[in-house]
Design a protein around this ligand. Structure first.
Ligand code: COA
Length: 374
C-alpha cells in the first residue's frame, strides 16, 4: 500500500467577470422587454408578469458579489441571455479540454512535474460538453500523457469523488500519479432568465495532481483518508440528456434542460447531511474539531458554509479557518472547494490537518482529509 498525496493544484480563471450590478441591469432589461411584449396576456391574467432581480437580495441570500464567465456578451444581452460559445470543429481542442489544460499545467508546475510523470487523467465535472470520446482522453492526448483517462460526473461533488478514485488507485499501486481536472462551464447550463437562480453560477477549471507521497518533490498534502456518500434527491436536477431535445420542433423552451433546484429544500436537507458526514469521517479518524486547521468547503452559499463551519468546529470559524471564494467566483460546482484549497493552503505547517468537502446534486457529499508535510 502506498500513501497518496496532493502535490499540486491549479486554477484556470476566465478573463470576463460579471458583477452583480451588471447582471441585475441586464436581467431587469430582459424583464421589462418580456413584460412589455406580453402586456396584453399579463393584463388579461393569462400570464404572470416577471419581477425584477436585486443586488441586495443576491448578496444577502448567497454572499456572491461577481462571477467569472467564458462569454459575457451573450449573457448580458437582454435579447440573448446565454453565453455565446462558438461550436468548435472536431479537429480543434474542446473548450473544456482547453480550460482544464491551463489548470493542469499550473498543478504540474507547482509539483515540479511534467506530463511525462503522470499515469492517468480523470475529468470530473458536473456537465461534459459531449458524450464521447471522453474529454479526459483529449486532455491526456493534449498533454501527451501515457496510461489512461476517463470522465466522471457526480455534479458538485465530482472533484472529491475524483480525488478518492485517484487516491485509491495510487494506494493500491495500479497507478503512480493522476491528474484530476474539473472544467466547469456552469454558465452554459444556467437559465439566466430565471430570477430565482440567475445569480448562482460562474465558470472555472481546477486541477489536482495526486502522487505517491514518497515521490513528492516539494511540500505536499498527504491524503489521510476520503469518504464519499450519496442519497437520491430530485431537488437539484438537470434533465438534459441524449433522449431529450432542447427545443422539440423548434417550439417551446424546455426549462428542465438546464439547472433546476428547490433551493430552500436543498439548504435544509443538505446541511445536516454534510455536518453528519464530516463528523463521522473525523470520528473514524479519531480526530477532534480542534485537530483541524482549515475547512475548504463547497462554495454554493455563504450562510450554508457558515453553518457547516460552526457545526464542525463547535464555534464560529475565523475567516482564515474556513476561506470562502464564492464572493468572487460564485458557485463553480465541483471546482469550488478546490479553488479554496488551491488559494488558501500554502501557509499550513508540517502536521497541520484540514478537510476538503464538497456537496450538491445527487445528493452527494465527498470529504478529503489532508495533512501538510514540508
Ligand atoms: N432578486 C430579488 N428577489 C428574489 C430573487 C432575486 N434574484 N430571487 C428570489 N427572490 C425573492 C423570492 O421571490 C422570495 O420572495 P417572497 O418571499 O416574496 O416569496 C424571496 O426572495 C425569498 O426567495 P427564496 O428562493 O426562498 O430565497 P432563499 O433565501 O432560499 O435563497 C438561494 C435562495 C437559492 C440562494 C438559497 O435557497 C440557497 O442557496 N439554497 C441552496 C442552494 C444550493 O446549495 N444549491 C446547490 C447548487 S449546486
Amino acid at each position: 500500500m502506498y500513501t497518496p498525496a496532493i502535490t499540486g493544484t491549479g486554477v484556470f480563471t476566465p478573463f470576463n467577470t460579471i458583477t452583480n450590478a451588471e447582471l441585475v441591469t441586464a436581467f431587469n432589461q430582459y424583464v421589462d422587454l418580456y413584460n412589455s411584449r406580453h402586456a396584453d396576456s399579463i393584463a388579461a391574467g393569462d400570464l404572470a408578469a416577471k419581477e425584477h432581480s436585486s443586488e441586495d437580495f443576491i448578496v444577502k441570500a448567497s454572499g456572491i458579489e461577481q462571477r467569472y464567465v467564458m462569454d459575457k456578451t451573450g449573457i448580458l444581452d437582454p435579447e440573448i441571455m446565454h453565453p455565446l460559445l462558438r461550436q468548435r470543429s472536431d479537429d480543434e481542442p474542446s473548450l473544456m479540454a482547453e480550460m482544464a489544460l491551463d489548470a493542469a499545467n499550473k498543478a504540474l508546475a507547482q509539483a515540479g512535474r511534467t506530463a511525462a510523470d503522470v499515469g492517468a487523467v480523470i475529468c470530473a465535472a458536473s456537465n461534459l460538453e459531449r458524450a464521447y470520446p471522453a474529454v479526459a482522453i483529449e486532455i491526456q492526448d493534449l498533454l501527451k500523457i501515457n496510461g489512461f483517462a476517463f470522465d466522471m460526473n457526480v455534479a458538485c461533488s465530482s472533484a472529491t469523488f475524483g480525488i478518492q478514485a485517484a487516491a485509491d488507485m495510487i494506494r493500491a499501486g495500479s497507478i503512480r500519479s493522476a491528474l484530476v481536472v474539473n472544467p466547469e462551464i456552469c454558465s452554459a447550463h444556467l437559465e439566466w432568465r430565471d430570477r430565482d437562480c440567475h445569480f448562482i453560477f460562474g465558470d472555472v477549471a481546477t486541477a489536482t495532481l495526486i502522487e505517491r507521497a514518497e515521490d513528492a518533490k516539494k511540500p505536499y498534502f498527504e491524503i489521510r483518508s476520503t469518504r464519499c456518500a450519496t442519497e437520491f434527491s430530485n431537488n437539484i436536477r438537470n434533465n438534459n440528456g441524449f433522449l431529450r431535445r432542447s427545443r422539440p420542433d423548434g417550439l417551446a423552451d424546455r426549462r428542465d434542460m438546464q439547472f433546476m433546484q428547490n433551493g430552500r429544500k436543498v439548504f435544509k436537507e443538505v446541511l445536516p447531511l454534510v455536518a453528519d458526514h464530516i463528523a463521522a469521517h473525523m470520528a473514524e479518524e479519531g480526530l477532534q474539531a480542534s485537530d483541524l486547521k482549515r475547512l475548504w468547503l463547497h462554495q454554493a452559499n455563504k450562510s450554508m458554509n457558515d453553518f457547516i463551519g460552526r457545526k464542525v468546529l463547535g464555534r464560529t470559524p475565523e475567516p482564515h479557518e474556513q476561506p470562502n471564494i464564492l464572493q468572487d467566483y460564485a458557485n463553480t460546482s465541483s471546482a469550488g472547494s478546490i479553488i479554496a484549497f488551491s488559494k488558501y493552503s500554502s501557509d499550513l505547517r508540517e502536521g497541520d490537518k484540514g478537510l476538503i468537502c464538497s456537496f450538491g446534486a445527487g445528493y452527494s457529499v465527498g470529504s478529503v482529509l489532508v495533512e501538510r508535510h514540508s
